[in-house]
Design a protein around this ligand. Structure first.
Ligand SMILES: Cc1cc2nc3c(=O)[nH]c(=O)nc-3n(C[C@H](O)[C@H](O)[C@H](O)COP(=O)(O)O)c2cc1C
Length: 396
């Protein structure tokens, strides 16, 4: 377990945890190895539920042999169950194993069910309002953690959930101007809106909590996006957050589940290489300008005009999203297959992958370090000397 630090612990559903949470990162970027390693240190480690079959050779083989939608979906649910079990084993019973589920994913209710049935400690839901999450998890003893971006969204979820007789066990407040992956705004130009500033959200939520008779012990707040140093952790925990969620810095750890090339692309990216664009989900997203993304962005308007409102069959048969710009012919959304691109990035295919990344510099610069080193740096400000370790990566 982790040595001492000066911050108050994060308490979620009766568990005492380190106040640094590892954010869920799909496709396959945070699977059992990363989540289990983080939990082993006494923190929340999060498995991203989407399309985990890529980590299991036998399941990929099963999908190749029978490339039907039902088979792909079944493979992913089997993979999620396996990843939860492996993460739990690795954690040695420490910390918490959370499963991140995106509301925008068509099979989100199945992912939630399988996560609960396989003993996930928490469900973390973003990319859409998780208004029915309490209904989906009825009868399971599992922490529920919505991801939202402004106080209005938090107030809405709190009020709706209170009517259902359930409180969130924590809430993640993710800042769209800093975080990686899909961002919680409808309009790309809205990202820097002051309503997302952590200081403002924390202050506005004081009034919301008071009006609902809630305290932070009831529903702790975790801020996410761009937290990349001990100073940043100190600042936000000092400003009243109960925890911080960190994504990109964990993606590039030795234990991160992606190919080493994935980590290199993220770690080597310079500020000018990081771009925002509209994803097929319709949400803005942030990623590294790699060869495929450069090409796509150059041709985006031409592709939009060419395809127009034309509906296309799902290219992978996975039908991963409830609403997909490419499949459903939604001209103002992105026009590419997100699953194909994210899976290529996971495999380290630099030419063809889509590499999600947060906007800020990394705590260890371009160095790849362990989960333990990262937690220690974030919580104590002390960077241990690097120890040469063998990179461990396998798909399957
Ligand atoms: C590669 C990558 C993939 C991500 N995938 C997801 C995801 O599947 N679901 C989700 O809720 N958030 C996702 N995120 C957001 C992270 O969980 C986290 O909240 C965010 O990146 C925090 O900002 P930071 O990267 O600046 O630390 C992703 C982020 C990255 C960098």
């Amino acid at each position: 377990m982790f040595p001492s630090h000066s911050f108050a612990p994060l308490k979620i559903r009766g568990r005492t945890l380190l106040p640094v949470v590892q954010g869920g990162m799909g496709v396959g970027i945070s699977a059992h190895r990363l989540a289990g390693s983080v939990a082993r240190e006494g923190a929340v480690g999060t498995i991203a539920s989407i399309d985990l079959r890529h980590h299991h050779d036998d399941l990929i083989e099963m999908c190749r042999a029978d490339p039907q939608h039902e088979t792909l979906e079944r493979a992913n649910l089997i993979a999620l169950a396996r990843e939860i079990e492996a993460a739990r084993k690795l954690s040695g019973g420490n910390g918490m194993i959370a499963v991140n589920v995106m509301k925008a994913v068509r099979a989100h209710a199945d992912y939630v069910r399988v996560a609960c049935e396989n003993g996930a400690d928490a469900i973390v839901m973003g990319a859409g309002l998780p208004l029915d999450l309490p209904d989906m998890t009825q009868g399971f003893d599992v922490a529920l953690i919505p991801i939202l971006s402004d106080s209005r969204g938090v107030a809405l979820v709190l009020k709706k959930w209170i009517k259902k007789g359930r409180l969130p066990d924590a809430i993640v407040i993710e800042h769209p101007a800093h975080a990686g992956g899909h961002l919680g705004v409808t309009n790309i130009d809205d990202m820097a809106d002051p309503r997302f500033e952590f200081d403002r959200v924390l202050a506005e939520l004081e009034a919301v909590y008071a009006s609902l008779g809630l305290s932070r012990d009831d529903v702790p707040l975790i801020v996410a996006g761009g937290i990349n140093s001990h100073e940043a952790v100190r600042r936000w925990l000092g400003a009243g957050a109960n925890g911080v969620q960190v994504g990109t810095p964990f993606a590039v750890t030795e234990e991160g589940d992606a190919h080493p090339n994935f980590k290199r692309v993220l770690a080597d990216a310079k500020p000018e290489d990081i771009v925002e664009f509209v994803s097929v989900t319709g949400l803005p997203a942030r990623a590294v300008r790699t060869p495929w993304l450069t090409r796509y962005l150059r041709n985006e308007s031409r592709v939009r005009v060419k395809l127009g409102p034309l509906k296309l069959p799902c290219t992978t048969k996975l039908e991963c999203l409830s609403v997909c710009g490419l499949r459903d012919g939604i001209e103002k959304f992105g026009q590419f297959c997100i699953d194909t691109r994210l899976a290529a990035a996971l495999r380290g295919d630099v030419a063809n992958g889509l590499f999600f990344r947060g906007r800020e510099a990394l705590p260890f610069g371009t160095a790849i370090r362990s989960v333990r080193d990262l937690l220690e740096l974030l919580l104590t400000g002390v960077a241990r000397p690097a120890v040469a370790r063998r990179a461990a990566f396998s798909l399957g």
